[in-house]
Design a protein around this ligand. Structure first.
Ligand SMILES: Cc1cc2nc3c(=O)[nH]c(=O)nc-3n(C[C@H](O)[C@H](O)[C@H](O)COP(=O)(O)O)c2cc1C
Length: 183
């Protein structure tokens, strides 16, 4: 059964621990079929409420449609997707994750569903990503994903990344190296 996202939005962040791995699986339409205990806990819903719901139940309004479009374009073409997601909790708070999403394919090559594995996001990555999401938000408010997609591509090219995948890897690596230098 599809449930509605929380309609309350609170500026209240919950930080996941560096050891946590939040897992969910969906059918080919993005309806949640499995999830682990820490995914359930962070969402604030209970497992019965999550199973059978569309994955957008945890979509935060600050997340941009262009990111989800890229995610679906990747996984529908059997390409792995990495991205930073600000997810909405049932209580209206939020938590950031670094998400990996991949297709699950049977021995006949048929996609049986998708799976996502999410980890802690360093503050530096949140600071790098949030302003970009804000710019994309303005573009989407004015012209939807048709406006934000070319804007994002242009931004990536101008910043010398060439592709979204390279951009994500670079943000991740620069956060790791900064954290290593701090030790
Ligand atoms: C395996 C898998 C995991 C997903 N994980 C998330 C997630 O953590 N947060 C999220 O907002 N959307 C996630 N999505 C994307 C949602 O299916 C959906 O595209 C997104 O929330 C935007 O929904 P909307 O276009 O209906 O607003 C995931 C999709 C799949 C297939």
């Amino acid at each position: 059964m599809q449930r509605s996202q929380s309609s309350t939005i609170l500026n209240q962040q919950t930080i996941i621990s560096q050891e946590d791995l939040l897992i969910s699986r969906t059918d080919p339409n993005g309806v949640i079929t499995q999830c682990n205990d820490i995914f359930v806990k962070m969402s604030g819903w209970n497992k019965e409420e999550l199973l059978g719901s569309n994955h957008n139940i945890i979509r935060h309004p600050d997340m941009r449609q262009v990111i989800f479009k890229m995610a679906w374009d990747h996984i529908k073409n059997n390409k792995e997707f990495y991205g930073y997601f600000k997810n909405l909790r049932k209580d209206g708070g939020y938590y950031w994750v670094f998400a990996y999403i991949t297709a699950e394919v049977d021995s006949n090559g048929v996609t049986t569903g998708y799976a996502s594995y999410r980890r802690f996001t360093p503050q530096e990555a949140i600071e790098a990503i949030s302003p970009i999401y804000k710019i994309l938000c303005l573009a989407e408010e004015q012209g939807g994903v048709i406006s934000s997609e070319p804007l994002f591509t242009h931004y990536l090219e101008k910043a010398g990344f060439g592709s979204y995948d390279k951009f994500i890897v670079d943000v991740r690596l620069s956060c790791f190296s900064r954290n290593l230098l701090k030790r």
